[in-house]
Ligand binder design. Structure first.
Ligand SMILES: *[C@@H]1O[C@H](CO)[C@@H](O)[C@H](O)[C@H]1NC(C)=O
Ligand SMILES: *[C@@H]1O[C@H](CO)[C@@H](O)[C@H](O)[C@H]1NC(C)=O
Ligand SMILES: *[C@@H]1O[C@H](CO)[C@@H](O)[C@H](O)[C@H]1NC(C)=O
Length: 427
């Protein structure tokens, strides 16, 4: 099938506003317990998988010793159900004494001893989503408690709070975290709750108060869930692109790669598109039992390099026809006013075999006259192919899968003879 993608002229907004804590210059990476381990508090019958200090220590060990830390996966993040059912007599939060007998500070010390960072979870309402004590009326004391425990990231959920008040509520925690004196990455759920109420989130204000924020539903362990998130991001891409940048990121939710719901090819698609989105890469899987084929995807340093690109420009969908999508993200290196690009060809069909997609480089906006060195990021050991703007990039994309390339601005002189290459292939 012959495709002629239409190219949308892109306006990248240089936005000055962002939370002034100097953190999350690139999207945070690490591990978060929620999707895989939920609110499993049954340590008597399921000691390996219950929400306990053992679980987070196990994951810290795996991040530190299995090659994840070196790639940037540094946060070990606790989610809901870690605390006791009530505050102590001084009004302070305490960890569940049975499941976290050493306490959160000792856990932070352990995680730090591995060269990693610890994240924790709270809720801005009267209770957390699972019914544990919320932070409402306790922002200062909770922020100080987390700072005293040497916590490095806070995810603040929005159950049991009114979305209409969140423009007022969330900045109170921003202020409390700042007053604590400790640098703590702040993850908000603010726009997600407002969207669910039919409100339009104020991304300028959100960017001034949060380092990352959830926009859409919780991810589930299914391809259907991943597709619904991708569709939301495509449908709202102008707002989301304008909102994102160094220190402030849209969060499409956890990577579920390595669990039960995604095939190998669907897992590649999630990794590739989360890199285009400049999304936080927070895995929610069992690192103690990760199949090698999924580990290869999660540790692909070329795709992580796109995700962590220092420009922090979020990508966009530039083509969408007959269940073939093309997404591009401007990345480094740049020359004059030209960018290099990460490009994802996404085949959403669920029948048949690989679809051949041909497009000229200029047809997807890659017009730098001296051309680009184009490299397949899932088959990075292959040599890059040099393509000029008039050359054709030809890829074969499997159903429910992607081909991802990086087109790096070339230092070579322009060649006069146009030619086409079949740069990429399917597995
Ligand atoms: C795509 O390009 C290749 C290489 O030039 C060519 O062999 C193939 O027929 C083209 N496919 C389509 C569908 O145009
Ligand atoms: C608190 O905010 C000020 C001013 O915005 C900033 O300079 C400082 O680094 C912040 N402190 C922390 C701990 O985030
Ligand atoms: C790239 O070239 C194409 C074809 O000549 C043109 O339509 C498009 O506007 C150009 N895009 C940019 C960003 O210069």
């Amino acid at each position: 099938m012959k495709l002629a993608p239409c190219f949308v002229v892109l306006a990248f907004l240089a936005t000055a506003y962002s939370l002034n804590n100097g953190l999350a210059g690139t999207p945070p990476m690490g591990w978060l317990s929620w999707e895989r381990f939920l609110c499993n508090v049954d340590c008597d019958h399921d000691p390996q998988n219950c929400i306990s200090e053992r679980l987070y220590k196990d994951m810290a060990d795996r991040l530190a010793h299995d090659g994840f830390k070196e790639l940037g996966y540094e946060y070990v993040n606790i989610d809901d159900c870690w605390s006791d059912k009530s505050r102590d007599p001084n009004g302070q939060l305490v960890a569940d004494p049975k499941r976290f007998p050493s306490g959160i500070k000792a856990l932070a010390d352990y995680v730090h001893s591995k060269g990693l960072k610890l994240g924790i979870y709270q809720d801005c309402g009267s209770k957390t989503c699972a019914g544990y004590p919320g932070s409402a009326d306790h922002f200062e004391i909770d922020a100080q408690t987390f700072a005293d425990w040497n916590v490095d990231m806070l995810k603040l959920d929005g159950c049991y709070a009114d979305p209409k008040d969140m423009d007022n509520i969330y900045p109170q925690m921003t202020k409390a975290l700042n007053s604590s004196g400790r640098s703590i990455v702040f993850s908000c759920s603010w726009p997600d709750y407002q969207r669910a109420e039919g409100m339009k989130p104020n991304y300028k204000l959100i960017g001034e108060n949060c380092n990352l924020w959830r926009n859409f539903d919780d991810i589930a362990d299914s391809w259907k869930s991943v597709l619904s998130i991708i569709d939301y991001y495509a449908a709202n891409q102008d707002d989301l692109i304008a909102a994102a940048g160094p220190g402030k990121w849209n969060d499409p939710d956890m990577l579920i790669i390595g669990n039960f719901g995604l095939s190998f090819h669907q897992a590649k698609a999630q990794m590739a598109l989360w890199a285009i989105f400049a999304a936080p890469l927070l895995m929610s899987n069992d690192l103690r039992a990760l199949e090698p084929k999924f580990k290869i995807i999660l540790t692909n340093k070329h795709i992580i390099g796109v995700n962590q690109d220092p420009l922090g420009l979020m990508g966009r969908r530039i083509y969408n026809q007959q269940n073939i999508e093309i997404w591009t993200r401007p990345v480094t290196p740049t020359k004059d006013s030209y960018y290099s690009y990460a490009v994802v060809f996404f085949n959403r069909r669920d029948m048949g075999s690989a679809v051949e997609v041909n497009t000229t480089m200029s047809g997807i906006g890659l017009n730098y006259s001296e051309g680009y060195d184009v490299q397949d990021l899932f088959r990075w050991w292959r040599s890059p192919v040099h393509l000029n703007p008039e050359d054709t990039l030809s890829v074969k994309v499997n159903p429910s899968s992607v081909v991802m390339v990086k087109a790096k601005i070339s230092k070579k002189k322009t060649r006069n003879i146009p030619y086409t290459r079949t740069a990429i292939f399917n597995y």
